[in-house]
Design a protein around this ligand. Structure first.
Ligand code: FAD
Length: 324
């Protein structure tokens, strides 16, 4: 059964987030040959972003440009996307399970009196049904869900559903939609970035995470260097954040970010259950810890028992040699 699917795109600093392409791939699967319509909201010229979405598989893109959409607000974006939903009447809606996705989609689902499957990590088609897999109990188990009534609305976890290959020869309809946005009760006047520029932690393919074993702010420097040679991002345990070795925006775990990189290197992290909740679904886990009994070794694919300040510089050297 084919379905018309709407993908809610997301851009940051004028660049589409990778999860938008993953959502388009998911929409293709859910749509089973049906039309994939994408929407992108913002201020100024968004046509290059719209084209990019076509190259990654969207059939049609709706561009909503408005000064009140310059920065995300749930009020402004929900008005804009609701209008597109009314115009397009999709049978399914997909978005990334990002900070914005987590904020926007429940609001839209509530307005539509629809259900919402959040944080899906896999999609399968079984007869007429779309079966979504999602983690429960902080990633200790998975459940499978189907939607039996109404619009099929889901958010997908970044880094789990591979995007389609970019095809720059693809063409599709791009149209700008004029939408009246009511005066917003919340106006963002300034955005102050806490995290350093670089690879976005929630979408990073490689994460080097430091724990209390890093011992100081300066102790993060070798981790930053390793992240740089591997083209990855730096993350942290709450232990490291609580000790003020790094900013809370780097925290991974139950009360931090949930990540699924291809490679997660845990350095001086004991492996508390709350930390595992945020990273145990990473594809390959490497642990560096001087305590051979540390719990992190129970989830690691590769374990290095040793002092991180000796191991990491050697790793950096070896990787640099491989690159020569
Ligand atoms: P520790 O447990 O102190 O471990 C440090 C490790 O470093 C040790 O294993 C030690 O052997 C090793 N080490 C020390 N020196 C070196 C060295 N030179 N070389 C190599 N290894 C070394 N935690 C999170 O991470 N994320 C969360 O989201 C989170 N949410 C929480 C929510 C709740 C409600 C609660 C109660 C707790 C939460 N925690 C969370 C905290 C969690 O329980 C742990 O306290 C925390 O993860 C411990 O951080 P750590 O592993 O860095 O520190």
């Amino acid at each position: 059964m084919s379905r018309k699917v709407l993908v809610i795109g997301e851009a940051r600093d004028g660049v589409l987030r990778n999860v938008t392409f993953e959502a388009i791939a998911a929409a293709k699967q859910v749509g089973s040959g049906g039309e994939v319509v994408a929407v992108i909201c913002g201020e100024g010229d968004l046509n290059s972003l719209a084209e990019e979405m076509i190259f990654y598989g969207a059939d049609k893109v709706k561009v909503v440009q408005h000064s009140k959409l310059k920065t995300y607000t749930s009020e402004g974006y929900s008005q804009a996307v609701t209008e597109i939903i009314e115009q397009e009447s999709p049978e399914a809606i997909i978005m990334g399970h990002t900070a914005i996705g987590k904020d926007l989609t429940p609001k839209l689902a509530g307005r539509m009196e629809s259900g919402l499957i959040s944080d899906a990590t896999n999609i399968e088609i079984s007869g007429e049904n779309v079966v979504f897999t999602r983690p429960i109990y902080s990633g200790k188990a998975f459940e499978k869900k189907i939607v039996t009534d109404g619009v099929l609305f889901a958010t997908i976890r970044p880094n789990n559903i591979p995007p389609l290959e970019k095809d720059s020869s693809r063409t599709g309809e791009i149209s700008t939609v004029d939408i009246e946005i009511d005066d917003l009760r919340t106006v963002i006047t300034d955005v102050i970035k806490k995290a350093a520029d670089g690879v976005d932690l929630s979408e990073a393919k490689v994460i080097i995470a430091g724990g209390r074993g890093v011992k100081s702010k300066e102790g993060f420097e070798p981790l930053e260097e390793l992240a740089e040679v591997l083209g990855g991002a730096v993350g942290a345990s709450r232990g490291a954040c609580d000790a003020d070795y790094c900013d809370y925006s780097l925290q991974i775990g139950q009360t931090g970010k949930v990540v699924t990189p291809d490679l997660y290197i845990a350095c001086g992290i004991s492996g508390a259950i709350q930390h595992l909740a945020g990273m145990s679904n990473s594809k390959v886990i490497v642990a560096i810890n001087k305590d051979p009994e540390a719990n992190i070794f129970n989830v690691a694919d590769y374990g290095i028992v040793g002092d991180l300040f000796e191991v990491i510089p050697q790793l950096i050297e070896e990787i640099k040699q491989l690159k020569v």
